[in-house]
Design a protein around this ligand. Structure first.
Ligand code: AMP
Length: 190
């Protein structure tokens, strides 16, 4: 199974991505997590992206796509994967199309976690307290929301037109949301 998980910042993508990955035995690949690991390890990539991420801005498409293309070639991604946080721009959608075409693979579905915009900022502020992410301060959170609305939310229409979009209610407990997701995804996992 090859799928994307989409939704606004704070919608719970990372948490659900891990549960989906366990359930269907596929790797959950988060571009944000890859960048954070590189920042923590002070790699050249980490040093390049650190400031942009701290400001809530996107990392340039060429860098992000290179990271994803390389990661998808690793052994554990051979039989399927879940991408969390990629694609986020129309150019990234096109880049992923090319990666998939080259590999003669296709996306099974694009999961969208739908959440009440009012609760998102609260969730992110709480996460900032727990995880201490450098990009979880209020100014950056607001910027990430703006960038999401401008650049990423329109991609949902693209995947909807392709008949790939599966909308799931992201409100409720982690288990409730996971239950809805598994119910929606089971038909793709055969
Ligand atoms: P996330 O953990 O998915 O919220 O990502 C954290 C940050 O990493 C984002 O706010 C961006 O700065 C950067 N990032 C992650 N994925 C992408 C992407 N696909 N395109 C551009 N920037 C990204």
């Amino acid at each position: 199974m090859r799928l994307l998980i989409m939704g606004a910042p704070g919608a719970g993508k990372g948490t659900q991505a891990k549960l989906i990955a366990n359930h269907y035995r596929i790797p959950a690949i988060s571009t944000g997590a890859i960048f954070r690991a590189n920042i923590a390890a002070k790699t050249p990539l980490g040093q390049r992206v650190h400031q942009l991420i701290s400001a809530g801005e996107f990392v340039p498409d060429v860098i992000t796509t290179a990271v994803v293309a390389k990661r998808l070639l690793e052994d554990d991604a051979h039989n399927g994967w879940l991408l969390d946080g990629y694609p986020r721009t129309t150019d990234q959608v096109e880049a992923l199309d090319i990666i998939l075409e080259d590999a003669k693979r296709h996306l099974d579905c694009v999961l969208c976690l739908e959440t009440d915009p009012e609760t998102l900022i609260d969730r992110l502020v709480k996460r900032a307290e727990i995880e201490g992410r450098a990009d979880d301060n209020e100014t950056t959170i607001r910027r990430r929301m703006e960038v999401y609305t401008e650049e990423t939310a329109p991609l949902l229409a693209t995947y909807e037109e392709r008949g790939l979009l599966v909308r799931v209610n992201g409100e409720g407990t982690v288990d409730e949301v996971a239950g809805r997701i598994f119910a929606a995804l089971d038909k793709y996992s055969a």
